[in-house]
Design a protein around this ligand. Structure first.
Ligand SMILES: Cc1ncc(COP(=O)(O)O)c(C=O)c1O
Length: 397
């Protein structure tokens, strides 16, 4: 049996829309992107959503908005030390410095009790991550942000469908940044989207995604109708080629939006199936406790299931590599559960942190795995994984 890590569902409607876009030759950001943004905003419950080409760019652009509000290059952004590396890369790419805070082993998320000690006079924002769809402790984070006048940008890349005390991921900070990469619950193959209730932020984001242009229509009407824009020339200047801020080139195209519109149609079915799979795995992994652990589902949260994390306990009689190899040899795809970014990856060595600075992240970096919970996995797949784990644990007991 094959147990793939991720999947994407491309609906018949998506194929139809892709073909229509191709036939019309209107393939750059246009009416499908606009529709996708509007429907995504409605789904999450925010006023604005701005689509871009990746979750990494969604993070980077959300951070770059802060320059319009007085941020300076080199300012600090607090992020968890364990997350997918894109969170930290986006801080650097936006011209800021990541200030890492260790995570909690049982939630995988930033430890809210350790944030305060990292806040300094250059700190401008906190960027919590809802890793694997489990919400970060937003009450404490929002409280600190308020106390120290910091912006909060949720990295909600893995958190479609996540709720915390009834609030959706992507609505709890100043902005939320989602990935729409193909293993994610809503996907446009590659893509990202920023959510916000602040219309000014949305306007800046539209400018940023298109080179920092003066224009910030959603999207440019010339791309939808081909009509001439009456606002284009002002005081002898072509406003389309007037640039207000340092920008990026990161517009979503119509083909991606068409695939995204398809997954939005079946979003609730995908989410329901994934939640069922996650519940089943959480419950049945208990058979292997305390050797293999996963996170708990609290009654005030909905985990939007991105994937299923597994962490080996300190006294597990085997290594992560041995367990992962056993699963892979039996057709079950695995991914490591990331690593401590400042002390585990060569790319961040320049920041000068030492092994031991982020003990929980380093532990997960050595002992963590994740596997799929997606909509193409049936009970047979989940039972097969449990059976192969049972065989393996039995061999080592
Ligand atoms: C937590 C987190 N942030 C950011 C990203 C970046 O998203 P993308 O791969 O779409 O650039 C990902 C990717 O899945 C992620 O898991």
């Amino acid at each position: 049996m094959r147990y793939p890590f991720g999947t994407i569902t491309i609906t018949d409607k998506a194929k139809e829309l892709v073909n229509k876009a191709l036939e019309s030759k209107r393939v750059s950001q246009g009416k499908y992107v606009k529709e996708f943004e509007e429907r995504f905003a409605d789904l999450i419950g925010v006023k604005e959503a701005v689509a871009v080409t990746s979750g990494t760019d969604a993070d980077t652009l959300a951070l770059s908005v802060l320059y319009d509000y007085g941020a300076k290059r080199g300012d600090n952004v607090i992020i968890p030390s364990l997350t997918f590396v894109a969170t930290a890369n986006s801080v650097i790419n936006a011209g800021f410095v990541p200030n890492f805070v260790d995570v909690e082993r049982d939630t995988l998320n930033i430890n809210p009790e350790r944030i305060k000690e990292k806040i300094n006079e250059d700190t401008i924002a906190i960027m919590p991550v809802h890793l694997m769809g489990k919400p970060a402790d937003m009450n404490k984070i929002s409280q600190l942000a308020k106390q120290y006048d910091l912006k909060v940008i949720e990295d909600a890349a893995e958190a479609h469908g996540t709720k915390y005390h009834g609030r959706d991921a992507g609505t709890m900070g100043d902005m939320g940044a989602f990935s729409l990469y193909l293993a994610h619950i809503i996907s446009s193959v590659e893509g990202g989207i920023i959510t916000t209730d602040n219309k000014d932020y949305a306007k800046i984001l539209r400018s940023l995604r298109s080179h920092g242009r003066w224009c910030s229509c959603s999207p440019c009407r010339m791309n939808i109708t081909g009509d001439y824009c009456q606002r284009r020339f002002q005081d002898g200047k072509d406003m389309r080629f007037t640039f207000q801020r340092i920008g990026y080139s990161t517009k979503m195209n119509e083909l991606e939006a068409a695939v995204g519109l398809g997954t939005l149609d079946i979003y609730h079915d995908i989410l329901e199936k994934r939640i069922g799979n996650l519940d089943y795995l959480i419950e049945n992994l208990q058979e292997f406790g305390p050797i293999l652990q996963t996170f708990k589902k609290e009654d005030y949260e909905v985990i939007g299931p991105h994937a299923f994390p597994i962490i080996l306990s300190e006294d597990a009689p085997f290594t992560r590599e041995q367990y992962a190899q056993h699963l892979e040899q039996n057709g079950i795809e695995t991914r490591v559960l990331f690593d401590s970014i400042p002390t585990g990856y060569d790319s961040f060595k320049f920041m000068g942190h030492t092994r031991g600075d982020f003990p929980e992240s380093e532990y997960i970096g050595e002992k963590g795995l994740h596997i799929g919970v997606h909509q193409d996995l049936e009970n047979d797949h989940l039972d097969y994984f449990l059976e192969k784990t049972r065989d393996f644990v039995g061999l080592h007991s």
